[in-house]
Write a new protein. Structure first.
Length: 555
C-alpha cells in the first residue's frame, strides 16, 4: 500500500487535527482497532480499520490491534488468526502494537479493587434476572440492590473469593456504584465483573472472573495511551460510563471517545450474530463464502484490498447513519480491476460450433493482447480450430428485433479471429439445439475484410480442441431485499436468496488460465471479472465471479 498520507476532512480528522495543533507539547496520536475474536471481520470492520489505522498514519502516530477478549465463552484462537490475516491483507501494519485486553487482566483487577476500596463498587448477589428487573425502564428509575451497601471489607472478601473460584457462575457480580435513577441506563450500577469458569484462549485457566467490555475498554485505552478512541454510534450512550471509569481509577491518561456512524450495506447483514446464524444454518458455506460480507469472503471472491479501501474512503466518516447501495461497492471493485486484470476468454454456457469450410486438421495460433488498453501488459497466444465453443445466449434461432448476435443466415465477428455465418442449427430428439454449423470468411482474420463490410455482433469463443473445463460460480445478492432486517422484526432468514449462487458445471476456458495464480484477477471478456477459487486445483478448476462487467438493476 502506498505510504502517501491521504488527507480527509471528516469531523473526526478535524477534531484530531485541532487536538494536535492545540497541544503545547504535541504527542503522537494513538488509536486502536479492537475486534472481538468471536467471528470474522466484515466490510463494516473495514471502515473502522481504515479510519483507525488511517488516522494514526496521517498524524504520524500508532494504531494498536487489540483483541477485545473478555468473553471466553465465544472466543477462539482461530478467529484471532483470521483477524490478523485480514488486517494484514488490508495493508495495515500493527508492528509490535499487537495486544489483547486479557494482557491487562492483572491491572484491571487491581483497578477493580481500587473502586471497591473507594466505595465505588460492590459485590451484588442478585441473579441476572433480578438485576435486569431492578434496573427499571427508560421511564422509571431503577431500584437499589439490597447488597449495594455492603461494607468495603465484605466486598473485598467476596471479590477475592470470586477470583479464587469459590463461587458458581452467576452467583455474584461486581457492580459499579453510580446512580440507579440515572436517565442513562448504562449508569444504573453496571456490572464490571462476572464469574465464568471457562478456559480462555489467551490466558488459559488463570482466571475465573472476567471484566465486562464497558470496564475493560476505557482502561485498556488508558494503558495503551490512546488519544482518540474511535467507535461506532451505538457506543455514544456508553460514553458517560467510559468517562466515569476513567475518572474514578488512577489511570495514566484520559483518552477521548468519539463516535461515528457504522456502515450498513444493501442486500446483506452486518451483525456477527446474524452472520453466525447464516453459517450455522448452512445458508452459506462458511465464513469465507464469497457471498458473505466478510473480508475473507471478499478475498476469496477476488476483491482486492485497494478497492475496499477506496470504498471506505468514498463512504466517508459521518455522524449520520449510512445505508450504502451494494452497487457502490461493486463499482469500486470494477474500477480497480479494470486497470490491472488481464483479459481472457471463456464460455460458461457452451454451445458447439463446427466451421464447415475450415479444415479439421488445421489449427492457428493467434497473438492477442492481455489488456487492449495497456500494451505494457503484453500478449498471449490463443488457438483457433474448426470446432469452437460460443455462449448459448449468443445464438437465437428466431431473433428478436434488437438481437444482433448469431442466428441462421447472419454473420458475426469472432473476437480476434474471423467472421462466421450460421448455416444451420442441429437439434436433438427433444428439439434442443446441440450444435451450430457455420462457415468462415478466410479473408477476415483479425476482424476486418477487404470490402470493409460491417457486422454488428462480436462474440467471445474458445477452441473446442484446446479448451479447459471448469466449474464457474456466479454470485447474486445474499438476500432478496435490500433491507432484510428492516423488512421484518422476525425471521430475516426468509429473505435469504435461494438463487444467490449459480454453479455452471461445464464451462470452457482458454488454456492460458492454467497459468493464473490463486488470488490474481482476470476478466472473462463480455462476462465479468473472475478469480480462481482458493480451493481450486489443476484437476478441479473452479472460478469465482468477482463482479459483473456492469451494474445490473435489482428489484
Amino acid at each position: 500500500m502506498s505510504d502517501t498520507k491521504h488527507q480527509t476532512n471528516s469531523f473526526i480528522h478535524q477534531i484530531v487535527r485541532k487536538d494536535v495543533g492545540d497541544r503545547e507539547n504535541a504527542k503522537s496520536v494513538v488509536t486502536r482497532f479492537p475486534p472481538e475474536p468471536n467471528g470474522y471481520l466484515h466490510i463494516g470492520h473495514a471502515k473502522s480499520m481504515c479510519l483507525n489505522f488511517g488516522i494514526a498514519r496521517e498524524f504520524d502516530g500508532v494504531c494498536f490491534l487489540r483483541f477485545d477478549d473478555t468473553n471466553p465463552c465465544k472466543e477462539d484462537e482461530h478467529y484471532v488468526a483470521s483477524i490478523k490475516a485480514d488486517v494484514e491483507w488490508m495493508g495495515f501494519s500493527y508492528g509490535n502494537h499487537l495486544t489483547h485486553a486479557s494482557d491487562y487482566f492483572d491491572q484491571l483487577y487491581e483497578w477493580a479493587i481500587e473502586l471497591i476500596k473507594n466505595g465505588k463498587a460492590y459485590v451484588c448477589s442478585l441473579s441476572a434476572e433480578d438485576i435486569r428487573a431492578s434496573r427499571g425502564t427508560l421511564k422509571t428509575a431503577g431500584q437499589n440492590s439490597p447488597y449495594r451497601e455492603r461494607a468495603i471489607e465484605e466486598n473485598m472478601d467476596l471479590f477475592e473469593r470470586m477470583r479464587g473460584g469459590e463461587f458458581a457462575n452467576g452467583s455474584h457480580v461486581l457492580r459499579a456504584k453510580i446512580d440507579m435513577a440515572s436517565p442513562n441506563m448504562n449508569l444504573r450500577d453496571p456490572t464490571l465483573y462476572r464469574i465464568r469458569h471457562q478456559n480462555h484462549q489467551n490466558t488459559g485457566n488463570r482466571w475465573c472472573v472476567y471484566p465486562m467490555y464497558d470496564f475493560t475498554h476505557p482502561l485498556s485505552d488508558a494503558i495503551e495511551g490512546v488519544t482518540h478512541s474511535l467507535c461506532t454510534l451505538e457506543f455514544e450512550d456508553h460514553r458517560p460510563l467510559y468517562d466515569w471509569i476513567l475518572n474514578n481509577v488512577s489511570v495514566p491518561c484520559q483518552p477521548q471517545q468519539i463516535e461515528f456512524s457504522r456502515l450498513s450495506l444493501d442486500y446483506t447483514v452486518m451483525s456477527k450474530r446474524l452472520l453466525t446464524s447464516l453459517v450455522e444454518n448452512q445458508c452459506v458455506a462458511g465464513w469465507d463464502d464469497p457471498r458473505m460480507p466478510t473480508l475473507s469472503g471478499m478475498r476469496r471472491r477476488g476483491y482486492r484490498p485497494e478497492s475496499i479501501r477506496t470504498f471506505c474512503d468514498r463512504v466517508g466518516i459521518t455522524k449520520k447513519e449510512q445505508k450504502i447501495e451494494l452497487s457502490a461497492l461493486e463499482a469500486c471493485v470494477r474500477e480497480d480491476l479494470e486497470q490491472i486484470a488481464v483479459r481472457r476468454m471463456g464460455v460458461i454456457k457452451p454451445l458447439k460450433v463446427v466451421i464447415e469450410n475450415y479444415s479439421a486438421d488445421d489449427c492457428e495460433e493467434l497473438t492477442v493482447p492481455n489488456h487492449p488498453g495497456n500494451p505494457k501488459m503484453g500478449n498471449r497466444i490463443i488457438n483457433f480450430s474448426n470446432e469452437i465453443w460460443i455462449d448459448s445466449d449468443d445464438f437465437m434461432e428466431h431473433p428478436s428485433k434488437n438481437f444482433f448476435r448469431l442466428s441462421p443466415g447472419r454473420e458475426v465477428r469472432l473476437r480476434y479471429a474471423y467472421y462466421i455465418t450460421c448455416i444451420r442449427a442441429i437439434k436433438n430428439d427433444s428439439g434442443e439445439i446441440t450444435e451450430l454449423r457455420c462457415r468462415y470468411d478466410p479473408e477476415s482474420r483479425g476482424g476486418g475484410t477487404k470490402d470493409n463490410r460491417k457486422v454488428r455482433g462480436t462474440l467471445h469463443w474458445v477452441s473446442a480442441k484446446h479448451a479447459l473445463s471448469a466449474v464457474v460460480r456466479l454470485y447474486g445478492p445474499l438476500f432478496t431485499t435490500p433491507d432484510p432486517i428492516g423488512e421484518t422484526k422476525g425471521d430475516f432468514m426468509k429473505f435469504v436468496n435461494a438463487d444467490s449462487l449459480k454453479t455452471m458445471q461445464n464451462a470452457k476456458l482458454e488454456t492460458s488460465i492454467e497459468e493464473t495464480i490463486i488470488g490474481d484477477a482476470f476478466q472473462l471478456e463480455r462476462i465479468g471479472y473472475f478469480c480462481l477459487d482458493s480451493k481450486s486445483s489443476s484437476e478441479n478448476l473452479v472460478l469465482n465471479q468477482t463482479v459483473a462487467l456492469r451494474d445490473s438493476k435489482r428489484d
